[in-house]
Write a protein that binds this ligand. Structure first.
Ligand code: ADP
Length: 530
């Protein structure tokens, strides 16, 4: 630091004019202020910009120690360095001076070079201290500002996470319920219709609904993944059989495009350790993409065992002779909503979520994905799954709210409680119900009451009032005590139909038992949408 003495002001405090004169001579290059008493010194120090005080100890009235203590006590003068001047050279005097807040000590008679260098050093140190203090204050201000910004950002993030969760819960319910209606009814229509043109139309409706359903499922699974609550539930599975089953539904699509689709396993059994629904989703996405982005040639699937970084992996390679991917997009296509050809004029349909799920779900197995691809030369996606279960991120028993993909899918469905041994006479009807809803089936009202204490439902269906039996009032009481109205549909049987003039609880809806899947679906739609 370059200090110019002419910019520095020194206050000399001494009751002996000769001492002041000597010091004045030594320090002529500095700006000087003079005080001949303690009281005057305090006054000058307070109102002038003093850089250093040379303070005599022995003065009449207020001595140097007291002046120093008062200077240090006052925030306006507390930072000014004080050097004591005295003939006293006993150790206790020096200690007393330092205790009062002095930074240095000069004994009389003065040595000119000593005085000059001590003053210069202390002014430099004081300026450094001042600079440091200013820097600290600035830093503290910045930290405070940044902390305030972070608090606001965190509050905003928490708020948007809350909004996102409730939005997702809403779309999960509001879109899923009508979606199962569209899918269910189009399936029923397809099997009932005979006119081939009409059948094609219905098939088109069903396909579009399935696409929408897949996108909805992808968004919901990804958002669950992002909340960090998803884990893989690993089980031992024959991968050869699993891959064969997954390839089957893609064959028609490939053959329409004249693309050969092949999987030639080297063995009939390879036992891998995977989360089956996640694995299906990974392979399905890779396969669908390979077929989608290949216009001629072939798509092939290979199952091998390879070692990487000292770990053994089951590898599934999906390669195609399709359009390929430019090298600069190899990383980005694994990000949410990213595609090689983006914008609404892109030639292929899709929303760009498939590969994000592939990457994340493979990572939940503690695996990874490799990609080799070049435009016009095709692509090769290779998914690595560790052979040993203990390597994978298992759902931790301590974290109760960690869910698997399968649980998430189940969670997104509406919940129905069926009461009665034979709520549906046609077992196909019940399995149709179970495909589209989360269904619990209990034999009687008593068991229903036990379940209702611990689980929530969107709808209750009772085979008859007889099935509720003596417990009808209690079931209804539990339901009525709950927030929101939970509908209860009862199929009246002959001996429990309403007697004339009999009043029933408004929560009960008496409906004729549906004869067909279509009627059943309409009834459920009507009640769950209420
Ligand atoms: P999308 O729904 O668009 O298919 P994905 O996340 O599955 O979304 O894939 C992201 C992008 O990666 C695709 O839009 C496409 O541009 C590119 N891509 C994925 N697989 C292939 C492939 N086998 N061949 C060529 N491009 C592919």
């Amino acid at each position: 630091m370059n200090i110019k003495p002419e910019d520095q002001t020194i206050l000399v405090v001494d009751d002996v004019p000769e001492n002041i004169a000597i010091l004045g001579e030594y320090l002529s290059s500095y700006r000087l202020k003079i005080a001949t008493s303690g009281v005057k010194a305090l006054e000058i120090a307070k109102t002038n910009n003093i850089d250093l005080v040379l303070l005599d100890i022995k003065m009449p009235g207020m001595d140097g120690y007291e002046v120093c203590r008062r200077l240090k006590k006052d925030p306006a003068t507390g930072d000014i360095p004080v050097i004591f001047l005295s003939v006293l050279s006993e150790v206790e005097d020096k200690v007393k001076g330092f205790q009062a807040g002095a930074v240095d000590y000069i004994t009389k008679p003065f040595q000119i070079d000593e005085v000059k260098s001590r003053i210069y050093t202390n002014i430099t140190l004081s300026l450094y201290r001042k600079q440091l203090k200013e820097l600290n204050a600035e830093l503290e201000k910045k930290v405070e500002q940044r902390t305030a910004e972070l608090i606001v950002a965190r509050e905003k993030a928490e708020e948007s996470s809350r909004l996102k969760s409730s939005f997702l819960a809403l779309i999960s319910h509001e879109l899923r319920t009508p979606m199962s209606g569209i899918l269910g009814f189009s399936e029923i229509l397809h099997s009932e219709l005979e006119d081939p043109v009409m059948k094609d139309y219905v098939e088109a409706i069903n396909k579009s609904a399935m696409r929408l359903n897949d996108t909805l499922e992808a968004i919901l699974s990804l958002s669950s993944y992002q909340s960090g609550k998803m884990s893989a539930r690993l089980v031992h599975v024959n991968l050869v059989e699993r891959i064969r089953n997954l390839i089957q539904p893609c064959i028609p699509q490939a053959s329409i495009k004249n693309v050969k689709l092949e999987f030639i396993p080297r063995k009939e059994e390879v036992i891998g350790t995977i989360d089956p629904p996640m694995f299906d989703l990974i392979l399905n996405n890779l396969l669908c993409n390979a077929v989608k982005y290949t216009n001629e040639g072939s798509v092939s699937v290979l199952l091998t065992t390879e070692s990487r970084f000292g770990t053994k992996y089951d590898c599934i390679t999906v390669s195609d002779t399709g359009i390929g991917i430019p090298a600069e997009m190899h990383d980005t296509i694994f990000d949410d909503f990213r595609q090689v050809g983006e914008g609404i004029s892109r030639p292929y349909e899709g929303v760009g979520l498939g590969l994000s799920m592939v990457k994340r779900f493979t990572e939940l197995h503690n695996g990874f994905i490799e990609l080799k691809s070049a435009p016009g030369e095709g692509s090769e996606f290779k998914a690595f799954f560790p052979r040993k279960a203990e390597n994978a991120k298992q759902s931790s028993p301590g974290i109760a709210d960690n869910i698997t993909l399968e649980e998430l899918r189940q969670k997104q469905k509406s919940r129905i409680l069926l009461i009665g041994k034979q709520a549906f006479k046609d077992p196909q009807e019940e399995s149709f119900l179970k495909e589209n809803f989360r269904v619990d089936h209990v034999a009687d009202g008593k068991t229903a009451i036990e379940l209702l204490q611990v689980k929530n439902y969107d709808l209750i269906i009772s085979e008859s009032r007889q099935a509720l039996g003596m417990n009808e009032a209690k079931v209804l009481k539990i339901i009525n005590n709950r927030k929101g109205n939970l509908p209860v549909i009862v199929f009246p049987s002959q001996n429990t139909a309403l007697q004339e003039g009999e009043e029933i609880d408004p929560a009960l809806s008496m409906r004729p038992k549906p004869e067909t899947r279509g009627e059943l679906l309409s009834l459920l739609e009507e009640f769950i949408r209420r």
